[in-house]
Structure formats: structure tokens, C-alpha cells
Design a protein around this ligand. Structure first.
Ligand SMILES: Cc1cc2nc3c(=O)[nH]c(=O)nc-3n(C[C@H](O)[C@H](O)[C@H](O)COP(=O)(O)O)c2cc1C
Length: 217
């Protein structure tokens, strides 16, 4: 009889614990409140940066988050170069401005001939991501690496902007010297750049089209 009573009380305790867990999960899901979700929802492409360099320890953590991204067969098909050399950054930008002359470019690049234009929005650090040319999964690998960089940076209130235009500048046959200068192996080409620095603007979120998502149950 005593054993039966103990079993009954135990079961009641177990059921009440389960209910608490369920309630916590529902609350969390409906409020969408956790640090990762916050970083995803708050991240915006930043196109104006403060001139001061970001803290090295923060940058190291951000890069470490980048290379902790998943990659197919863990091949880590990326090459990552973190450029803070002002002279090299100026030359990369001038090269873009020169090549953009007379071209009908879209987005911020449409202002390439205006004084003070910067293809990486004047960020004091520019990350160049190289992808392995002969590996089709490298596009996905590098994209995942980039998103880890973007989100970990956002979690520290550091701004970022993916710069696809970097590929057009640095993969041009006459840009081989740049690739040599940043030690990019012949096996790789530039996938994109990432501007990174302390934010000097707080843009609004751009709209997203939820109709592109369908649940098939
Ligand atoms: C592959 C890729 C290339 C991009 N290239 C550029 C670029 O060259 N210059 C730029 O200012 N933004 C660039 N962006 C940023 C997009 O314009 C931006 O992500 C998009 O407008 C959505 O805005 P959000 O990032 O603020 O949510 C690029 C983004 C991606 C994913």
C-alpha cells in the first residue's frame, strides 16, 4: 500500500514537471526571445562605419565563430583574409572605382564615381572570403561561414555588410597582384567580402516575403 502511494505521488510530480517544461517551451517559442533569435532579427547590412578599429579580441571571436560554421565533409573550403592595412584597402577601392567607370552598376555601387565613395562603405576592416574553385559545395560553405561572422558580430553590436562587388574586383585577371598580396592560393577565388566595424547608422529592416515559405504537412 505504501509503495502504491509513493508511486502515485511520484507520477503526480513527474506529470507536473512535464507541464512546466511544456509551458516554458511554448512561452519561449511564442515570444521568440533568445540571444540568437535577437541577433538574427536585429542584424542589418551596415553601410556607414565609425573610423576606429574594432577590438582585436572581439574580432578574434567573430572569426573563430566563422570557421566554426558547418562545411560539407568538414572540408572547410574557405580561405579567410582579414585586411586592416589602410593602403591596401585604398588601392582595392580605387581599383573598383576605376573599373566601374562608365558602367551602369546597381545599388550603392551606382554612386561609385562620387567623391569619397567606398565599395566597402569605409569600414576599417575588410574580410575577404575565398572559395575553393573546384568544389561546388564551397559556395554553401562560405555562405555559412559568412552568416556566422555576421551574427556573432551583431551579438556584439558590431556592424557588417556582405560585399559581393569584391568578387568582381579581385577575380579580374588584372587583379592577380592583389590576390598574391593577400596570399590567396591559386586553388581559390574570391567569393565575396565582408565589411566590418562599429556601426555609424541604424537602418530599418528591409521587408521579407513570407509567401516564399510553404509548409507541406
Ligand atoms: C551575396 C551578397 C552580396 C551582397 N553584395 C553587396 C554589395 O556589394 N554591397 C552592398 O552594399 N550590399 C551587398 N549585400 C547586402 C544586401 O544588399 C542586403 O543583405 C540586402 O539588401 C538585405 O538587407 P539586410 O542585410 O539589411 O537585411 C550583399 C548581400 C549578399 C548576401
Amino acid at each position: 500500500m505504501k509503495k502504491l502511494l509513493l508511486l502515485f505521488v511520484g507520477s503526480l510530480f513527474f506529470i507536473s514537471c512535464q507541464e512546466t517544461v511544456k509551458e516554458t517551451m511554448i512561452t519561449t517559442a511564442s515570444e521568440h526571445k533568445n540571444e540568437v533569435v535577437e541577433a538574427i532579427k536585429n542584424r542589418r547590412s551596415i553601410r556607414s562605419y565609425k573610423p576606429e578599429q574594432i577590438d582585436q579580441a572581439q574580432l578574434d571571436t567573430i572569426i573563430d565563430c566563422g570557421i566554426n560554421a558547418p562545411s560539407a565533409l568538414n572540408k572547410q573550403t574557405w580561405e579567410v583574409r582579414v585586411i586592416q592595412n589602410a593602403d591596401l584597402l585604398n588601392r582595392i577601392n580605387s581599383s573598383f572605382v576605376e573599373k566601374a567607370k562608365g558602367k551602369d552598376l546597381k545599388g550603392s555601387a551606382s554612386r561609385s564615381q562620387e567623391p569619397g565613395f567606398s565599395v566597402f562603405h569605409g569600414s576599417p576592416t575588410l574580410i575577404i572570403v575565398g572559395r575553393e574553385k573546384n568544389n561546388p559545395t564551397s559556395f554553401v560553405d562560405c555562405g555559412l561561414l559568412a552568416q556566422n561572422i555576421l551574427l556573432s558580430a551583431e551579438s556584439m553590436n558590431i556592424g557588417t555588410c556582405t560585399i559581393g562587388n569584391m568578387a568582381s574586383i579581385l577575380n579580374d585577371p588584372d587583379a592577380k597582384e592583389f590576390l598574391k598580396e593577400i596570399n590567396m592560393p591559386d586553388t581559390h577565388e574570391v567569393a565575396f567580402g565582408i565589411a566590418i566595424g562599429y556601426k555609424n547608422e541604424s537602418p530599418e529592416a528591409k521587408p521579407r516575403d513570407a509567401s516564399k515559405v510553404q509548409y507541406i504537412k
